[in-house]
Design a protein around this ligand. Structure first.
Ligand code: C2E
Ligand code: CA
Ligand code: CA
Ligand code: CA
Length: 282
């Protein structure tokens, strides 16, 4: 719990011991899961809200545990980060997502989908050799740097000089970086001046505030992020769109791209591919 580097005093409660045991067990099971191939990827389409077409797809990892059943990434990604397993896991995700993108492009043509979005944890960015790994995966699958968008969070971006160098090297390579969960962090604005960011992903919590119409604060943030993106010439993506009203409002605000259950949930590769090959939607 010293991730932030800030001192924080907490009482040691029995529940925490249980959590640690739970985490240790989960970490060892996750290790086996990687070896046994229990992980798979789903893909949530990123829609161009103007043309209605699929612009890209975000790879989201799933773990089908033999006895526990489905384990949510919200539960095992943090465990993977703490144990370091995120490094081999993340490497697998990157490779698999790029392999899938090149299969789609072979099947439906290169115009059907431009890029795949891959979530990257700060632990991966700290590894020396990450930039080379990305370059190798792209070339192995006949892709260019335009074909992958790496999603990082604000907190990982401010991790330190090593991560900063890595992000700059990726940017120089032409790989686009998306700031995930944008608006929830502390230092959003200064970050945008310091780091080579290409895409802002408005956090779902701000999109949630739209339908009710009641939450003017979150609505204002959503609108401000769209304007910020426009001024800085960044792509604006809204995530977690669940209904038509949100979609309409976000489009009006200037969001060119969007993701959400209203358009499509995370899907198996074949179903995601079917949306690309289909006629233009809107
Ligand atoms: P995220 O990167 O912010 O991904 C968006 C999450 O919102 C996904 O949850 C997605 O399924 C969900 N979502 C998308 N549209 C909607 C919607 O309209 N309504 C609602 N309620 N949810 C929506 P998921 O797949 O459970 O992933 C949770 C988190 O786990 C991700 O959040 C990401 O931080 C992490 N994660 C998933 N896959 C990976 C991975 O391969 N590597 C890393 N490092 N993290 C991953
Ligand atoms: Ca993401
Ligand atoms: Ca997000
Ligand atoms: Ca998130």
């Amino acid at each position: 719990a010293k991730e932030s580097g800030k001192a924080s005093w907490v009482r040691f409660e029995p529940r925490m011991r249980q959590d640690m045991v739970h985490h240790a067990r989960l970490a060892s099971e996750l290790h086996n899961a990687i070896i046994r191939g229990e992980l798979r990827l789903l893909y949530q389409p990123v829609f161009d809200l103007v043309t209605g077409r699929v612009a890209g797809a975000e790879a989201l990892v799933r773990w089908q545990h033999p006895t526990r059943g489905f384990v949510s990434p919200a539960d095992f990604i943090p465990v993977a980060e703490r144990s370091g397993l995120i490094v081999p896991l993340g490497a697998w995700v990157l490779r698999e997502a790029c392999a899938q993108l090149s299969r789609w492009r072979a099947e439906f043509g290169p115009d059907a989908i431009e890029s795949v979005n891959v979530n990257v944890a700060v632990r991966q960015l700290r590894e020396t050799g990450f930039v080379d790994e990305v370059a190798a995966v792209l070339s192995d699958h006949g892709l260019t740097s335009r074909n992958v968008i790496l999603e990082v969070t604000e907190s990982s971006v401010v991790d330190g000089w090593q991560v900063r160098d890595t992000l700059e090297a990726l940017h120089e390579m032409g790989v686009h970086l998306a700031l995930d969960d944008f608006g929830t962090g502390q230092s959003s604005l200064s970050l945008l001046r310091q780091f080579p960011v290409d895409v802002l992903k408005l956090d779902k919590s701000f999109v949630d505030g739209i339908a009710s119409g009641a939450d003017r604060g979150r609505l204002a943030v959503a609108a401000a992020v769209a304007q910020l993106a426009e001024h800085l010439q960044l792509k604006a993506v809204a995530e977690g769109i669940e209904n038509e009203e949100q979609l309409d409002r976000l489009r009006e605000m200037g969001y060119r791209y969007g993701q959400g259950y209203f358009m499509a949930k995370p899907l198996p590769a074949a179903e995601c591919g079917a949306l690309m090959s289909g006629a233009g939607r809107s």
